[in-house]
Ligand binder design. Structure first.
Ligand code: FE2
Length: 372
């Protein structure tokens, strides 16, 4: 459901924001340490796709370059219920290392209805979760979060943390409409609701170790030929506690202006799997999938890339740009590439052409296993 909002109303509403941002003080917010991290090593990692755009009944288990891919498994025998698919992504991450198991959830799909339906059918246990991660401030990645918390908050750790990439994740997003001068609302990740659920948000502009097993890239440098392809627009500022503090990183005069969305604080979630190397999970990759992998290499000091996984936002890419990006991924020499969500069929075809035997296809419910 989109709401069309005249640009003039945005600007009028934003004019009152400047003071609010300056006085901004949120409870339930932590800033990640700027100290260098020690990257943990896990023995095994599995990624279960809770929400993606499609499901394939005839998907069969397979092994590609040491990575196991299993189809959806279902709990219960009610044939009338089906996994649902939608534009959005949610991943369930389970790791083993140091004699411990850890479970994380990365992104929450577009709607809680789909997320909760699929969690129940797949049979994942929220009581096992150690922490939550959100990749960036797009509704197709956080839309299911509040419904998930409404249903499961009492099963989750009392000191639950949501690891976000930074302040930018909380900015208001809008989409351009065919009508000049108007925007369609694309939502805002609301930290007031997170605070009400007693979830502490950690702003991870710097690399951050999560639950002793995973690490985030922190803010991703734009160091390749990649550019942010057209997506939403973003409004900097806070109104009634909703929105992002523009004074954190932008000149105050930026407040209230609606500008192309650069996803300043989109971050990637990563693991170092023993003897295999990095698994880099990019949920939407607006900042560039090559940039994301190189950031993971830099902050970890580990060059070997085992897998590049997730949304690469190359669906709208022009052909010559796509060809160039795929060649740069190839140069990183990953063992497998696992495109999901917004990566695009065009990406899968080009990657198959340039990296034959390395492209792994998954659908909603699939489980990837790395290691052991
Ligand atoms: Fe997305």
């Amino acid at each position: 459901m989109t709401q069309t909002i005249p640009r003039r109303d945005f600007l009028l509403g934003s004019a009152a924001l400047a003071g609010a941002a300056a006085a901004n003080a949120f409870t339930c917010v932590e800033i990640a340490s700027a100290a260098p991290i020690t990257v943990p090593t896990v023995d095994k990692l599995s990624i279960r796709v809770l929400v993606d755009s499609s499901f394939d009944l005839f998907f069969r288990p397979k092994q590609i370059n040491g990575v196991s891919i299993a189809p959806a498994t279902r709990v219960g025998g009610d044939y009338r219920k089906s996994l649902h698919n939608e534009w959005g992504l949610s991943l369930w991450l389970e790791s083993e290392g140091g004699g411990n198991q850890r479970t994380l959830m990365l992104d929450y799909g577009y709607t809680p209805e789909v997320l909760l339906n699929n969690m129940a059918l797949i049979g994942v246990d929220p009581a096992k979760l150690n922490a939550l991660i959100v990749s960036h401030g797009h509704y197709d990645h956080f839309g299911g979060l509040n419904g998930f918390l409404d249903k499961f908050r009492d099963k989750l750790p009392a000191d639950l943390k949501l690891y976000a990439g930074g302040e930018d994740n909380f900015c208001h997003r809008v989409s351009p409409t065919p009508t000049q001068g108007q925007f369609a609302d694309f939502g805002t990740l609301d930290r007031r609701q997170l605070a009400a659920q007693k979830v502490t948000t950690v702003l991870c502009e710097t690399p951050t170790v999560i639950a002793d097993h995973a690490f985030t890239t922190g803010k991703i440098a734009r160091r390749s030929s990649e550019r942010v392809l057209p997506n939403t627009l973003v409004e900097f500022g806070i109104k009634d506690g909703l929105g992002c503090n523009a004074g954190h990183y932008l000149p105050a005069e930026m407040e209230g202006k609606i500008v192309p969305d650069e996803h300043i604080h989109e971050h990637a979630t990563c693991f170092n799997v023993r003897d295999l190397g990095l698994v880099v999970i990019s949920s939407c990759g607006h900042v560039g999938i090559v940039n994301s992998v190189k950031q993971a290499q830099e902050v970890s000091g580990i060059q070997k890339v085992h897998a590049v996984v997730g949304g690469f936002h190359l669906g709208p890419a022009p052909k010559d740009y796509l060809t160039q990006v795929v060649s740069e991924i190839k140069a990183l020499n990953p063992d497998v590439v696992v495109p999901m969500h917004c990566s695009g069929l065009n990406f899968a075809q080009e990657a198959n052409a340039q990296m034959e035997g390395k492209v792994v296809v998954t659908t909603t419910g699939s489980r990837l296993t790395f290691g052991l």
